[in-house]
Design a protein around this ligand. Structure first.
Ligand code: SF4
Length: 444
């Protein structure tokens, strides 16, 4: 009997290249690798990845596609090609999970939520000719994730992605992590993560967790066991991850993180002003106080780990002066690199509920307008400024943050702060890549 073929597609936003402008900042489509691993072995599976190659039709019995919100128009466009040929289409991922009624208009079937608990049923139903319109996945306590099929990823990825935890107890107004993965912080078994790490061919690894150490003693203990496990097994990787500012609290954990290969950590700073942090509902940053950032960065750098600070522009409380202040803050706060975004309301967030209730969306001709929701331009009508004026102030701030002088002197500063050559090289390259993404590469 002929093997059935499942084609899995990672679409790219056609409006702007964003992170996929640069090979070094592209992220592997981990979700598709997990779906592939969950699919019975008598299926043939192919991943088409627009991070590397523009989509071209590939014959299949079933097509699966994922999308962040800004990729949704492209996902629907590709799904239409398969549907025209009578090939059933399934969509999962965060966008379809947050607006399933919309997605169901463009695909035959939606998987809402984490796919692991339901994917086997999807395949079984398809094989029985009984594919349903929607599969709602319950939020289970454990992470049921198998090892992703990494053999199906494009070989051009320089950095491999791996997930060790899901969920976040915080509820930042602009973030949809808790709506998708829940507010309970869940861990994968450490030995399972270590087994997977050992099989990753790349030297560079991105722990894509939203917070690698979590927020309580149990989660910190889990991080300690993970870092010690990397050392115990002699796994030689250089890794980066994301965390909240409590990453700086525990010198023993920081030392372990460094020795296990951590050289870069992304921290969600968001803003230097209390008004903006209140809008963001960024409780931890408010509790620690905006004057604590420099000390926090130094504590991390002292252990050889460089800091990427995430900053957001376009808060309701932002003015031309506060945007200038944020750029000035970036110059003097002591972080080693920056990720800059324009505040964007994504479905599933408190911010979305607020601005849609107030009818303040600048782009609302959906699904096509979702392409604008990629953090690069204002999508919310600002109470005080036109979006052109807001964008002008943001561009000015970004030109300061990513100035060639800052980048040229940044390397020496990072070396002095971290005393780590590998951290310095990584942070310097990261700063340059982010300049290309956030300053030069915004306009497709
Ligand atoms: S921004 Fe970070 S801390 Fe806030 S809810 Fe999202 S994952 Fe949690």
């Amino acid at each position: 009997m002929k093997r059935k073929t499942l084609v899995l597609i990672n679409p790219a936003n056609q409006l702007r290249p964003g992170f996929h402008i640069n090979r070094k900042t592209r992220n592997q489509p981990l979700g598709l690798g997990i779906i592939a691993a969950l699919t019975p072995s008598d299926w043939k599976i192919k991943i088409l990845d627009e991070n590397f190659k523009t989509f071209r039709f590939y014959e299949a019995d079933l097509m699966g596609i994922t999308a962040f919100t800004s990729q949704a128009p492209r996902a629907y466009e590709i799904a239409a090609i398969y549907r025209q040929r009578g090939i059933p289409t399934v969509m999962g991922g965060i966008h379809a999970s947050m607006v399933p009624e919309e997605s169901m208009q463009y695909v035959d079937c939606v998987v809402q939520g984490e796919a692991e608990p339901v994917w086997e049923t999807v395949i079984r139903d398809f094989e029985a000719g009984n594919l349903k319109r929607i599969y709602k996945s319950p939020l289970v306590r454990e992470i049921l994730q198998p090892k992703p099929r990494r053999d199906l990823f494009h070989p051009g990825y320089i950095c491999a992605g791996i997930q060790t935890t899901r969920g976040c107890p915080m509820n930042c107004s602009f973030c949809s992590v808790s709506a998708f993965n829940g507010r309970h912080y869940r861990f994968r078994p450490v030995e399972e993560v270590l087994d997977e790490l050992e099989e990753i061919p790349q030297k560079y690894v991105f722990f894509i967790d939203d917070n690698i150490i979590g927020h309580n003693n149990e989660s910190k203990e889990r991080a300690r066991v993970l870092f010690e496990g990397i050392l115990r097994r002699g796994i030689k990787k250089i890794w980066l991850s994301q965390s909240s500012i409590n990453f700086a609290d525990d010198p023993i954990l920081l030392d372990l993180a460094y020795r296990s290969g951590c050289r870069m950590i992304f921290l969600g700073i968001e803003a230097e002003g209390e008004g903006q942090l209140i809008e963001a509902n960024k409780k931890l940053n408010l509790t620690r106080g905006v004057n604590s950032y420099k000390r926090i960065f130094e504590a991390i750098q002292h252990h050889g780990i460089g800091v990427i600070a995430g900053l957001i522009f376009g808060w309701d409380s932002d003015t031309s002066a506060s945007i200038r202040d944020r750029a000035r803050f970036a110059m003097h706060c002591g972080a080693d690199s920056f990720q800059t975004s324009v505040l964007t309301p994504l479905p599933g967030t408190a911010l979305w509920d607020k601005v849609t209730a107030d009818k303040r969306l600048l782009f609302s001709d959906f699904p096509g307008d979702w392409a604008h929701y990629d953090y690069f331009e204002p999508t919310i009508r600002h109470p005080e400024m036109t979006s052109e004026a807001l964008m002008l102030h943001i561009e000015k701030a970004k030109r300061k943050i990513f100035s060639p002088f800052r980048i040229a002197t940044g390397a020496l500063k990072t070396l002095i702060r971290t005393r780590s050559m590998s951290a310095t090289i990584m942070l310097t390259l990261n700063y340059r890549h982010y300049r290309n993404i956030f300053l030069k590469g915004n306009h497709g």
